[in-house]
Design a protein around this ligand. Sequence first.
Ligand SMILES: Nc1nc2c(ncn2[C@@H]2O[C@H](COP(=O)(O)OP(=O)(O)OP(=O)(O)O)[C@@H](O)[C@H]2O)c(=O)[nH]1
Length: 632
Amino acid sequence: MAGFFKKIFSFGKKEVVEERIDETAPLPPIKWEALDALKPAAEQALPEFLKRDEPQPEAEVAPQAEPTPPPAVEPEAPPAPQPAPEEPKPEPAPTIPPAPEPIVPSEPEPLPEPEPIEEPKPAPEVPAEPPAPEEIPTPPVVPEPAPEPQPQEVPPPAPAEPEITPPPETKPEPAPVEVPTPPVEIPAETPAPEIPPAEVLPPIRQPAPVEPQPVHAEIAPEIEAAPTPHPPLDMEGEGAEAAGWGDSAGADHPHPRAALGTSPIEGEVKRAPPEAPPVPAATQPIDAKIALIPQPAPEPKPAPGKVTVTRKVEQKAEPQKAPEPAPRRSWFQRMRDGLARSSRELSGNIAGVFTKRKLDEDTLQDLEDVLIRADLGLETALRVTDALASSRYGKDVSDTEVRAVMAAEVEKVLTHVAMPLELDLSHKPHVILVVGVNGTGKTTTIGKLAAKLTDGGLSVMLAAGDTFRAAAIEQLKIWGERTKSPVIASKIGADAAGLAYDAFEKAKEAGSDVLIIDTAGRLQNKAELMAELEKIVRVLGKLDPEAPHTVLQTVDATTGQNALNQVEIFRNVAGVNGLVMTKLDGTARGGILVAIAAKHKLPVYFIGVGEQVDDLEPFSASEFARAIAGVA
Ligand SMILES: Nc1nc2c(ncn2[C@@H]2O[C@H](COP(=O)(O)OP(=O)(O)OP(=O)(O)O)[C@@H](O)[C@H]2O)c(=O)[nH]1
């Protein structure tokens, strides 16, 4: 277009130029001679010639205004007329007609024109992909019928699958994925209806094969009971997956049965269970669930259907029982495993100190450092080094001997704190206040302890004193249900002391043997925590001056030196008089327990070795000492 315009523009200029030449050439010879003869009155004519000269420049300007003006000027000049008619209009006119140029002459318009031309360009590109026409047409068609929602919302619909199966030709269409985006542009171009299903199929295939297959298999047997549908059902059950009911091939009964999930259920119920058991074991549980629901609806005469259901149900129950007998590591093994990291590290370091070295001051100092780094504490470390020095100083010592001495000394430290929990039931109820930092296992330990007590014939009441966390309240309620222990709870944010008081009264009224009160462990605000715990203790004292009778603190065994500070805080605030070391089955750092015992000399009643209800074991000093020392 631009070229065309340029041509036109240049053409007009040429005309003008030619006119100049024609005019100027004759003028000098002719005019001057005439002027000489006509000097007297010729002056008036001069301006005319001058005007002619002037208009010429105007004519040059005129081209901008378009070719029309110049021709008007040309007629004035006698010679010019010839070129004017010939050159400008006739010639360009024929060339221009094909193009809309006459209309476009305005410059601003040409811009929009190129745009429309560009649009067609993409189109040619698409057609340029002749090989793709098949692929491309399908995508555009699919998007129009809203194919996307189908795969997402109705992924399971069997109809889609069957349809897909017939056009396996399109299988190699990785293109469908690519097409989704372009379809919007292309839709108008290639509306080929034939291929669209092929593209849609691939996405739908994936979801369909997963669920529908098991359903059909299960349904198939039950459907036999149904009189008429038998043949179609069988066909569907077997060939449905391959051919798909939706396909025109076997669309005899596609709608009713193949519809969706509802149909399969009916089929199951109706049909007798001739081959019910053949279903794979993995799907059996699902079958049982499905069968239970449909059976009552169809009222199938064949009793076998019920029989199969019961069999399946029984099979479900069996696997549940299986895990129970499954071998489970003993609590001691779990504790050893939990302490394995500490034990291995400790044993390795000890071996490193005593490899072919006699016991002297340097080795003793190195051993002391190793024990302190293992969180055993300075007191226990000195006990071990002193014990070694008293009997082996100056002699060759193996790491095994050192670990044996260490186990003995650790046991001595722990023996004084390894005590059984004794409850004075003269207090009715015996109130146990459980404290500790959040996440250390308070609620879990309460549940485990309640289970032990209830198993022992004691009546237990629980109080959800952690009123800051809804999850804590719910968790305690769950433990209450497990242990058949009533739970006293209030709304979130309620006064924990008031709740404890109410629970104490209710436990008295109920004649409960034990009342276990859960508490919050927010150390973020020690002042608030101290005030709350002190208030709880004070309020309980109003009902029984000796309450709470037991204050247990849970200590996370995976915690390091912070555990020492935690015990220090809660002991001062709540009067802790017993410990439960939790999570010894994890990556415990058992050494800290020895340090706590040595420093605070508080009884350690239990250790937590798991999250199960029976994962609360009495604390054994010797077992713990051997486990942490790596002694068999
Ligand atoms: N492995 C293991 N996990 C435990 C043990 N005791 C508790 N847990 C887990 O530790 C997490 C915290 O236990 P909780 O009983 O909620 O601790 P909490 O002190 O009551 O925590 P808050 O309710 O936040 O105050 C839970 O996931 C428990 O299952 C244990 O002995 N071993």
